[in-house]
Design a protein around this ligand. Structure first.
Ligand SMILES: [Zn+2]
Length: 385
């Protein structure tokens, strides 16, 4: 069987059991391939008290602007019970045109595809007029504190100025080319505590019941329209996950009531403006009541890369290779793109996400080669400008 460089690299990477925070030789595979074609490479180990040290890789070729970067991770989630897998999760077995193994689609296949595309570009055109770089971390699936955040800061201190970035997360739903992620909703949790006054149900004038108050607050927040959605986002949504009083005595008016909620919000809001609105709605629903509201810290802000020349360039490359026009979407959970957006416009395009984090994770060989072709087309067009 002849296999492309992208496929060979994918299999080599899967054979490194790099369950976060272990590297198991995965970054060596990437570094060796890039170094051989003239990339300057840096390995940076970050540490933090109480967390495992994590190895990271920064590689670049060319200099100055424009600077296109690819961001990815070589760490993977644990395979779970390996006996439930069709093949050993770190053997990179090929069957029915697919490579099986942990990380095949999240996201060793995409890292391999980008490396192969970059090497092919350099073989054909030499170093770009500008900078082509790779930010590869071993700390994405874990706590994400010794990875992309620190790597970006390290690169900035060295004088790197990123103009655009592609993250190789598996963005497609079922077919290569069906979806590009251009942003994500933010997330905010809240805890409400209504303090009343406990007493006998027969003497309500001596007590203050928090139950009807919390009911009014829950109804008001649940029914409150935060916004009507924006061009690229669904409407923001608040959901209560629990309401607790926990009083089992039928003759007792409870002393306090609690409730918790989560908001998934779009680009209309910041954490601060959202908190302000929530407090206002609570105040209107329960004027004069003794209510405490707490918002646990969150770094999940909402972000969007507005459709631009860059997004159009990627859409066009996807269209040329796959024949599909990808949907520009803001759905799904969080990724390292939320950190990169503080440096430059970022979008996510990788393999399909059908089997990620699951038993028998796999990637179609045709998709890995197709993704490599898309990336190469993007690099070519980007440095043609
Ligand atoms: Zn991932």
């Amino acid at each position: 069987m002849t296999q492309s460089r992208a496929v060979a690299l994918t299999r080599e990477l899967i054979r490194c059991p790099s369950v976060t925070p272990a590297d198991a030789g995965a970054l060596d595979v990437v570094e060796k391939a890039l170094k051989g074609s003239g990339f300057e490479t840096h390995r940076i180990v970050f540490s933090e008290p109480g967390a495992a040290d994590v190895d990271n890789l920064f590689a670049k070729i060319g200099m100055g602007a424009p600077h296109l970067s690819f961001a990815g991770h070589t760490d993977v989630v644990p395979p779970g019970d390996a006996s439930r897998w069709r093949f050993d999760p770190f053997s990179a077995e090929v069957s029915d045109g697919r490579i099986y193994g942990r990380g095949a689609s999240d996201m060793k296949g995409a890292v391999a595809a980008f490396v192969a595309a970059a090497l092919r570009y350099v073989d054909r055109h030499g170093a770009p007029k500008g900078t082509l770089s790779l930010l590869i971390t071993g700390d994405e699936e874990g706590v994400s504190i010794n990875g992309t955040v620190k790597l970006l800061e390290w690169a900035r201190k060295r004088g790197e100025r990123f103009d655009h970035c592609i993250v190789g997360e598996p963005s497609n739903v079922s077919t290569l080319g069906d979806m590009i992620k251009i942003g994500r909703r933010g997330s905010l949790n809240g805890r409400i505590r209504v303090i009343g006054k406990q007493g006998h149900v027969a003497y309500p004038q001596r007590a203050e019941n928090p139950a009807p108050i919390i009911a009014r607050i829950v109804a008001a927040l649940s029914g409150h329209e935060l916004d009507k959605g924006t061009t690229h986002f669904e409407r923001s949504n608040l959901e209560f996950s629990t309401i607790d009083i926990g009083n089992r005595a039928v003759n007792v008016i409870p002393g306090e009531a609690r409730a918790e909620f989560n908001v998934r919000f779009n680009d209309v809001w910041t954490h601060d403006s959202l908190k302000e609105r929530i407090l206002k709605v609570i105040k209107q629903a329960a004027p004069g009541a003794n209510v405490e509201v707490e918002f646990p810290p969150s770094n999940a802000v909402s972000f969007i890369t507005k459709p631009s020349h860059f997004t159009e360039l990627v859409v066009e490359a996807v269209r040329q290779v796959t024949g599909l026009t990808p949907e520009l979407s803001t759905t799904g959970g969080t990724s390292d793109a939320r950190f990169i957006v503080n440096y430059c416009p970022v979008l996510e395009f990788g393999l399909t996400n059908e089997t990620i984090h699951a038993v028998d994770e796999n990637a179609r060989i045709a998709d890995i080669d197709g993704l490599c072709a898309v990336y190469e087309r993007v690099i070519e067009r980007y440095f043609e400008q």
